[in-house]
Design a protein around this ligand. Structure first.
Ligand SMILES: [Zn+2]
Length: 163
């Protein structure tokens, strides 16, 4: 028996016995499908992180609702949330306090709440007394509209609700 025959894969033997020449490409396509399915979330998150998109585990509308319901806040604008790494997220936002600056205590409490509710570890808040809203806003990238596959990090029941 020539040594090279031992290296023949099961696809080669199967094709010899059955005559199904499409078996090898089909096997390859199935393997490709499994790889894409298994790494879809990683690909999507990598693209999102490369353009500072909101992490898929954070609901920006829930964050906005939380900030808007803080005592004394009349408006929230320029809310930005992005990934600093696979485990760390950052937030910046402008909060309008018509009655005046709420003090450092509020900034500390808000940062703590954002860390506990949304796992945002780095918060920068700008306090404004009067509302002046810039015209610029960030566009949604095409791949952020791709459907999100069920993700092991998105645990049911962890969805934060505002006070
Ligand atoms: Zn502002």
């Amino acid at each position: 028996m020539p040594p090279c025959r031992q290296a023949w894969s099961w696809q080669v033997w199967s094709i010899l016995f059955t005559g199904w020449v499409w078996l090898d490409p089909l096997t390859s396509l199935v393997i490709v499908g499994v790889i894409v399915w298994g790494t879809w979330g990683l690909l999507r998150d990598s693209l999102a992180m490369s353009v500072n998109a909101v992490p898929s585990t954070i609901d920006p509308q829930a964050v906005r609702r939380y900030l808007e319901t803080c005592a004394g806040v009349s408006a929230v604008h320029d809310l930005h949330i992005w990934s600093m790494s696979t485990t760390e997220s950052a937030l910046t936002a402008h909060l309008v306090f018509p009655a005046g600056h709420p003090g450092d205590g509020f900034l500390m409490r808000a940062a703590t709440e954002l860390r506990h509710r949304f796992r945002i570890g780095h918060t920068t808040l700008q306090i404004e007394i009067s509302e002046s809203r810039p015209a610029t806003s960030r566009r949604t990238m095409w791949f952020e509209r791709l459907p999100a596959r069920a993700d092991w990090r998105t645990r049911a029941g962890r969805s934060p609700t505002p006070k």
